[in-house]
Design a binder for this molecule. Structure first.
Ligand SMILES: O=C(CO)COP(=O)(O)O
Length: 302
């Protein structure tokens, strides 16, 4: 009986590693319940700058959510500090751009920063005035979308079910989804934090099977735009519990490979401490992503 699978990689095949990470980790865990170990061929170790094997191979992910901010000229300024960087090559960097500027930003952003939509609908096309579809995003070369952001949930009344349907449809159309969850202040004070994030995640789990193109963003609503960051311990606690929940409900393959990123008043002043936590795999940054300090936040692991 197989107990563990060891995969030797030449780091020059970095893209191959990403495929292997997704496919093999998941398949092996799901089918055989075996632990997968990826190791680097000794002969090629000097080339392995791009590989990050800590935290079960989860690559650090930093998203900037510009929300409803930006003009062509302010986007030019953001592009300029992102281009200057330097940005840690071991980090996936994505910026959430207002829909109207997606094409503009995509054409200007450096090659190591990807543009993401901030929302999309659950249908491909039709009579849905004001909405955009995953198919449209793909058509203009966009591969990421933020869904279920607390502002979508609480300002625009999106339900768990709608967020889940949108997530399923976006994944079917080949987008990577940054799926946001998080409790409100009164829910935290009532001791309901876990119940809320589990409920929001369960709604998505009811609609999708393949989690390999999902990044979960835990954003406690009370920490968003308030300057009141969750402490590293508070954030780690929720991330850890969520990973245990993922393991119980969806298996170790999903739990161990899932990037759970934190959002809520992340700044250059607190990102390094947050990034040290075992279950924090990156950030979703609002206000600070509009400023040059975003580069420092991207590089928090250095
Ligand atoms: O909502 C957020 C990111 O999606 C967080 O916003 P702030 O970083 O401005 O608190």
């Amino acid at each position: 009986m197989i107990q563990a699978l060891w995969i030797g990689l030449n780091p020059r095949t970095f893209e191959g590693y990403r495929v292997i990470e997704r496919v093999v980790f998941k398949r092996a865990f799901d089918l055989f319940k075996v632990q997968v170990h990826i190791f680097v061929q000794r002969s090629a170790l000097s080339d392995c700058r791009n590989l990050q094997f800590s935290k079960m191979g989860r690559k650090f992910f930093v998203g900037g959510n510009w929300k409803m901010n930006g003009t062509k000229s302010s986007i030019d300024e953001i592009v300029s500090f992102l281009s200057k960087g330097p940005l840690d090559s071991k980090v996936d960097v994505v910026v959430g751009v207002p829909a109207i500027y997606l094409d503009y930003a995509k054409c200007k952003l450096p090659a190591n920063v990807f543009a993401s939509a901030q929302n999309c609908y659950k249908e491909t096309k039709g009579a849905f005035t004001g909405e955009i579809s995953p198919a449209m995003l793909k058509d203009v070369g966009i591969n990421y979308v933020i869904l279920g952001h607390s502002e979508r949930r609480h300002v625009f009344g999106e339900s768990d079910e709608l967020v889940a349907e949108k997530t399923a449809h976006a994944l079917e159309n080949g987008l990577t989804v940054i799926a946001c969850i998080g409790e409100k202040l009164e829910e935290r004070e009532a001791g309901q934090t876990e119940a809320v994030v589990f409920r929001q995640t369960a709604a998505i789990a009811a609609k999708i099977k393949d989690w390999s193109n999902v990044v979960i963003a835990y954003e406690p609503v009370w920490a968003i735009g308030t300057g009141k960051t969750a402490s590293p311990q508070q954030a780690q606690e929720v991330h850890e519990k969520l990973r245990v929940w993922l393991k119980e409900k969806l298996g170790a393959g999903v739990a161990d490979s899932m990037r759970i990123i934190y959002g809520g008043s992340v700044t250059a002043a607190n990102s390094k401490e947050l990034a040290k936590q075992a279950d924090i795999d990156g950030f979703l940054v609002g206000g600070a992503s509009l400023k040059p300090e975003f580069v420092y936040i991207v590089n928090s692991k250095q």
